[in-house]
Design a protein around this ligand. Structure first.
Ligand code: MLT
Length: 406
């Protein structure tokens, strides 16, 4: 008889956003007359920028002609896109990242979920609490998490790094030894960001302790603070201890189009073994490349027009973010984030649990958000709203929230 990967049975409940979607579907089935405003999952609502659409059309036309038709994309991505990434995201910030250190993929979710393939199951992973659920769940699947402890809502082998109101939602460097450290800045879900000086301390810790930092910078385009760090490779020595994940979903609206990349520097080694070579091997074996037309669309994001248009989109969402943040404060809520990130992290009133607040907001105000406890035990009594709705929906949602009593 075949055996399953037992670690999957250690996973708790369903994936957070699937659970929310099924609760909303159930509510809609019972109340088809109510119009629901969705500020739950961080999914964009603006159409792709004109420069991106133009590039997509041109690439589709190329695929219709024998001479310009393309079959399998190169495993690691087309050079035209990797060169644009190198120049715009790294060289421009003084980070010496080369084309062969950039791996094109279908998004940061897949890469942050799959990166565990190249690490031993015996590694100790340090994960923030609250956290984007993919980091934790993929470690559970890989057998790195240990057993689930219902009394704490935590796994025995994970090193949790609490991000609370008391520490300004910034994790403290662990006092125990961590092998793999997951960091995400600007942060999902709390919306906090980190300065270069603070991030340098993590890099120093990783270099001293032989740890690898898995740095998710998917929300980099939302940074407004001049001191905040855009890429971990701005820090000294990060190319010897860090892997960075990026996405085109939030800066250019590719949530449905799928495009991202991961940087694995060649200097990053475990003994003599290069992680770049391991990831290339993994990518080459299990991934058949992102579609040519999508990579051309990604290249267009870096054109002058593309940069201007996508920046306008980010600014649009950031206006929503400040509308939500200010609206919540006016309504008497304690709220964080929303300044360098498209997420607003609010405290539930009267000690309500995150799911109680979710139900109340859905049933009474017909607004969907994300319960903080879905991101980890330290997210309990918090709730996340996203700025990715339309301006009109955001305004209406805030009107409803102002007039709503739990
Ligand atoms: C979120 O809402 O946290 C994100 O949209 C999820 C994702 O990017 O996969």
């Amino acid at each position: 008889m075949f055996q399953i990967n037992q670690h999957y049975t250690e996973l708790q409940g369903s994936y957070l956003f699937s659970r929310i979607a099924s609760k909303v579907r159930a509510y809609e089935a019972e109340h088809p007359e109510e119009e629901i405003i969705r500020l739950g999952i961080g999914d964009v609502t603006l159409p792709l920028a004109p420069a991106v659409i133009k590039a997509l059309h041109a690439a589709v036309d190329e695929m219709a002609v024998k001479e310009t038709f393309r079959g399998y994309a190169p495993d690691l991505g087309y050079e035209f896109l990797r060169a644009a990434i190198r120049d715009h995201d790294y060289k421009s910030r003084g980070a010496d990242i080369e084309i062969d250190e950039i791996f094109i993929s279908d998004g940061a979710k897949s890469d942050t979920g799959n990166i565990g393939d190249i690490f031993s199951a015996s590694c100790r992973a340090a994960i923030c609490d609250p956290v984007y659920p993919v980091y934790l769940d993929s470690n559970v699947m890989d057998g790195r998490a240990g057993s689930y402890l219902p009394e704490t809502g935590r796994y025995s082998n994970i090193l949790y790094m609490p991000c609370t109101e008391e520490n300004g939602f910034i994790p403290q460097i662990p006092s125990e030894k961590a092998d793999m450290i997951y960091l995400c800045f600007p942060n999902n879900p709390t919306g906090m960001t980190i300065s270069k000086e603070e991030l340098q301390k993590w890099v120093d810790y990783a270099l001293e302790n032989g740890s690898v930092i898995l740095y998710d910078a998917a929300y980099e385009a939302y940074i407004r603070d001049e001191n905040a760090v855009h890429t971990i490779y701005e820090c000294e020595g990060a190319d010897r201890c860090a892997i960075e994940f990026r996405s085109f979903s939030k800066n250019a609206g590719f949530t449905g189009t799928r495009l991202g990349f991961t940087v694995v520097p060649k200097k990053l080694k475990c003994g003599d073994i290069s992680l770049n070579a391991l990831w290339a091997r993994r990518h080459g074996t299990k991934f058949n490349g992102t579609a040519y037309i999508i990579q051309r669309a990604g290249e267009a994001v870096y054109s002058e027009e593309g940069q201007r248009q996508t920046k306008e989109q980010v600014d649009y969402y950031m206006k929503n973010a400040s509308l939500i943040l200010e609206g919540l404060k006016e309504a008497g809520y304690t709220a964080y984030g929303g300044v360098n990130a498209p997420y607003i992290w609010l405290k539930t009133p009267d000690e309500m649990t995150s799911w109680e607040f979710f139900d109340s907001l859905l049933w009474k105000a017909h607004v969907v958000g994300t319960p903080g406890s879905g991101f980890g035990p330290c997210g309990e009594h918090f709730f996340r709203l996203t700025a990715f709705g339309s301006l009109e929906d955001t305004q209406r949602a805030m009107e409803r929230i102002r007039n709503f009593s739990c």
